[in-house]
Design a protein around this ligand. Structure first.
Ligand SMILES: [Zn+2]
Length: 370
């Protein structure tokens, strides 16, 4: 039944499937960066004024804008795009993303728009990315603008290359709520965005890099780091392909065997001057907060990025094949948990049959109903 199969894919990126109660509890605890005052102006009325400004409305519009600015100084739609000084840039960056919660808005909801056959709106669940096993990670790049009811990527807006800055999410924001999940997913796995995030984290963590330098795309420091990250990614791909463990029992500086990942980089550094220099700097550095790209957190982040890229590539070929079948099976593993595997089978562009494993989850219910 291709209809129901297609539905599975349409439902992945579509918003309507998101359980709004799922993350609300965590939202209150985690959303601390946005500035929200109690007397927030009527958001829905603002979005309509922005679309229709004329004559006598100008003054009230300006008043509304200034009220918004007081309530949300980090509103991404109000960030000037050119002629900003280093100090202004640093200030805007320090404000962080604007992530007002639904519960803090008037009427306790985001403005609704007619899209497709129904009213749709932004959801504050999008501020968080759901990882495997249900843990949530805040999307520090995502910034919602209450003044225009659109969502922006402030990483690309502030730190993106000239190509990244042309992306709709960085330039004018988007409010295509029907496909917002898909667009978020595509954006956060794009190389332009990842580069911008990397620049942002380098800017935030390394005080030695000044604003002027970081904005220069030909900056040698950025180019060096990019080269180092590339080798680290290649090492991760190699270890993952060979199916061998990354970590060592003792990864301290004095350890004689730091595990496959670090030892592999040490070996590669013998033939790569930049990597060797990067590793030496880490060894010499007394600052434990420096960005090394080698920590277990960095490793996991990179593995997730690679996983998402592979996932999106598989989905792309499945979509272009149009017709596909699904194979689902469960099996009990050594710890007595039901492992649920989902395999897609389709015919690729070359006319060859392909089978791709797309998910391996723990099944909570092993009955036919589950
Ligand atoms: Zn971005």
């Amino acid at each position: 039944n291709t209809d129901s199969e297609q539905c599975i894919f349409d439902s992945i990126p579509d918003d309507d499937v998101i359980d709004s109660n799922l993350v609300n509890e965590n939202l209150d605890k985690l959303c601390t960066t946005c500035v929200v005052s109690k007397d927030i102006i009527e958001v829905s009325s603002v979005s309509s004024t922005t679309e229709n400004i004329s004559g006598s409305n100008v003054e009230s519009y300006l008043n509304t804008i200034s009220t918004i600015f007081e309530s949300y100084p980090n509103d991404p739609a109000l960030i000037p795009t050119s002629n900003i000084s280093d100090e202004q840039f640093s200030f805007i960056n320090s404000l962080g993303p604007c992530q007002p919660l639904q519960s803090s808005l008037p009427g306790k909801q985001f403005p609704k728009r007619m899209q497709g056959e129904r009213l749709r709106s932004f959801h504050d669940e999008h501020y968080f990315k759901k990882l495997q096993y249900g843990s949530l990670v805040k999307r520090m790049w995502m910034s919602y603008s209450p003044s225009v009811d659109k969502v922006y990527c402030i990483a690309c807006k502030l730190f993106g290359t000239s190509t990244a800055k042309k992306n709709p999410l960085a330039k004018d924001g988007i409010n295509d709520w029907k496909h917002i999940s898909r667009r978020i997913l595509c954006h956060e796995t794009s190389s332009d965005h990842l580069q911008a995030v990397l620049r942002k984290s380098m800017y935030n963590s390394n005080q030695r890099v000044d604003v002027g330098l970081i904005l220069e795309s030909s900056n040698a420091y950025v180019a060096e780091n990019r080269e180092v990250v590339k080798i680290i990614f290649e090492t991760i791909i190699y270890l993952a392909r060979q199916n061998i463990p990354f970590r060592g029992h003792d990864e301290s500086l004095t350890s004689l065997n730091k595990g496959n990942f670090l030892e592999m980089l040490k070996l590669l550094s013998k033939h790569h001057a930049l990597l060797s220099c990067h590793l030496r700097k880490i060894e010499d550095s007394k600052n434990h907060n420096r960005l090394t790209f080698l920590s277990n957190v960095s490793q996991n982040t990179m593995i997730c990025i690679l996983g998402e890229l592979i996932h999106s590539k598989i989905l792309k070929s499945v979509k272009s094949a149009q017709v596909f079948s699904i194979m689902i099976d469960t099996t009990t593993d050594i710890s007595n948990l039901e492992q649920f595997s989902l395999v897609l089978r389709f015919v690729n562009d070359q006319g060859m049959v392909e089978e791709r494993l797309v998910a391996l989850k723990i099944a909570t219910d092993s009955t036919g109903k589950g």
